[in-house]
Design a protein around this ligand. Structure first.
Ligand code: ZN
Length: 191
């Protein structure tokens, strides 16, 4: 019997579960996904679980492409109006995030499979954060000023490293925390 070790190191790989597949395939690319919140007990437990990496085969799949589109549709919808969304927030425990790239022309939403942060700058920034999964509240969090992100390019399936700074770096830190079951409310800044 294989023993499963739960850790937040982000190195375990797993395929979409049956339940995840049915969630992703429950609508088309223009359909919103339900955002889990801490106000619901079952949602709250799921939001605390670590997410798994996806295989290259899965990243190349139509299922992944649909998930990526539905994440962007959901976070950018006027009723949601977020700047980032992590897959576990819609019930998919996989290392995928959608981030609004304020550091790029037109501030497009981009989706990053198998993302992790490999370096945090010593220089810090503090700012107010909220979370779609923690409704009606916000708080001040201290984050690194810049981070190095590593992810799998969905087109080439190669590992890409990139340095991100400022507010966009905050979004990446907030969203990748979700992949380790961490919420910003765990990190509220006290003077
Ligand atoms: Zn969040």
């Amino acid at each position: 019997v294989a023993c499963t070790v739960i850790c937040s190191c982000g190195t375990r790989e797993g395929s979409f579960s049956k339940k995840e597949l049915s969630l992703i395939l429950s609508g088309d690319s223009s359909t919103l996904m339900r955002v889990l919140t801490v106000e619901n007990n079952a949602d709250s437990l799921l939001l605390r679980r670590p997410s798994l990496l996806l295989s290259e085969r899965e990243i190349a799949s139509d299922t992944y492409k649909l998930l990526a589109k539905r994440l962007v549709t959901t976070v950018s919808d006027s009723t949601v109006d977020g700047v980032g969304l992590a897959a576990p927030q819609v019930g998919i425990l996989k290392r995928v995030v959608a981030v609004q790239r304020y550091d790029k022309e037109g501030a497009p939403f981009e989706v990053y499979p198998n993302i992790r942060i490999t370096e945090y700058s010593a220089e810090k920034q503090t700012g107010r954060e909220g979370c779609l999964s923690v409704p009606d509240t916000s708080g001040i969090v201290e984050r690194a000023q810049s981070v190095v992100i590593s992810y799998t390019c969905p087109q080439t399936l190669e590992t890409v490293n990139d340095t991100v700074q400022g507010y966009t770096a905050v979004i990446f830190q907030h969203e990748t925390d979700h992949l380790d079951g961490v919420l910003y409310t765990d990190k509220l800044y006290c003077e």
